[in-house]
Design a protein around this ligand. Sequence first.
Ligand SMILES: [Zn+2]
Length: 206
Amino acid sequence: MPIELLFPSRCPGCGAWGARPCESCLASFGPPVRVPGAGPPVFALAAYGGAARELVLAFKERGRRELAAVFGALVAAAVPRLPGVGPGAWLVPAPSRASAARARGGSHVLRMARASGFSAAPALAFARGVRDSVRLDTASRQANLAGRVRLVPGRLPPPGAPVVLLDDVVTTGSTARACVSVLKAAGIGVPAVLTLTTARRTHSYG
Ligand SMILES: [Zn+2]
């Protein structure tokens, strides 16, 4: 049995006793900061490390679904601060591999999007054949993703709505680029990408 089920009242970031993530771990997340790099403008709330990484992994891989409320609140606070994103923004979650989403009981990013109070449109999915990209370099990721992100009919945001692509972690940015280009091809503009964390080493927080 996972330790979390035996001790559900520990902070999923640091293990301290408490019903929720502790203040110290939550303080790992700040306002949206632009992640340097080409492609669509990506904004992150934390570097992918330490307590921030632990909280994301607890939510994504360890079944701590209650963190949707915590992350949803962070997203709700961040979205209005993104440049070019007005009120009435729609959130489009970056897709999860179908097998991973099934194992998690649904898309964790969609769950977080819905918890934010913004309208969420699960408009993107991976086509079959997309491998887990964790161990691939940038070029391999691009090849892996090329043509593999598709629109989900009937799940698109309304025409003209400002759309923010939402994800939990950005690494090379390949997924974000593929998602934004698919949306763009459908006439959907994406002024900003919002991710909880960034694994880019060039990113620093003051
Ligand atoms: Zn903590």
